[in-house]
Ligand binder design. Sequence first.
Ligand code: MG
Length: 312
Amino acid sequence: MSTLPTTVRVVEVGPRDGLQNEREIVPTATKIAFIKALAAAGLKQIEATSFVNPKIIPKLSDASEVIAGLPRLDQVVFSALVPNERGLDRAIASGVKRIAIFTAASETFAQKNIGVTIEKSLEEYERVCTRASEAGISIRGYVSTAFVCPFEGNIDPSRVRDISKRLMNMGADEVAISDTIGAAVPTDVVRTLEIVAKSVSVGKIALHFHDTYGTALVNVLAGLQFGVTTFDSSAGGLGGCPFAPGASGNLATEDLVYTMHRMGIDTDVSLDGVVQAAELIARTINRPLASAGWRRWKGSSQSGCGQTCAST
Ligand code: MG
């Protein structure tokens, strides 16, 4: 354990990856309040929204208003997902300083999720990245279904490596290797990192896990042991993926932060602050959230069997 990092960077994706995949529509003002609360909790990288086609994802059609409603904070970077040049036009107009582009390691998933081949998506992103860089906007790349695809099964790590390299070469400063359906286990994580890290330095790799099978945190540990120090998570464990059958929520920020702190790893994030931010959404969608942290801190008033427990 002595080789573990002393600090990790948490990239909060709840307002985008989380809310995009919740059934209920969250009002714009609540989204803005949620994002402000996340920043107040100490999160410094927050993916606030997505400039996807509003006809495809109406829930995020208020992307420009959300960005306009956020304060300018020296320490916090708000970013937005951008699927194509049209999305970039809206992103530039909004004044956002960081964008995220996304493609998949699985051809079938790419065509179902973004409607084009991986190659076509990369060609579009070449143009998006050139224009974003000219506008002074920094770029994060996502490789989704990087470990397991719901349609194609196990993904060859060399595909993840090749796509990651392309995204970095076109101007991304970080690539998020993403377990979109939450099916990966630590051996998948290590196998993939061993190949990808030959082409992309470990400091530029982020890991994005979903908790479908409860393996997100053990996957984080595998990443930490490999030297990865950036992890994506979503307050309250919000999210899923409408194009990935069976995907449940993202790794919950409070579960990640709790575990890091207990391991002596600093995140600069307040656990209480994250739970308070998540509460804004829980109230709006009117149901308890899925994370272990949420049940522990918010559900405790309803728990207890009322009998003497000789638990072990
Ligand atoms: Mg995701």
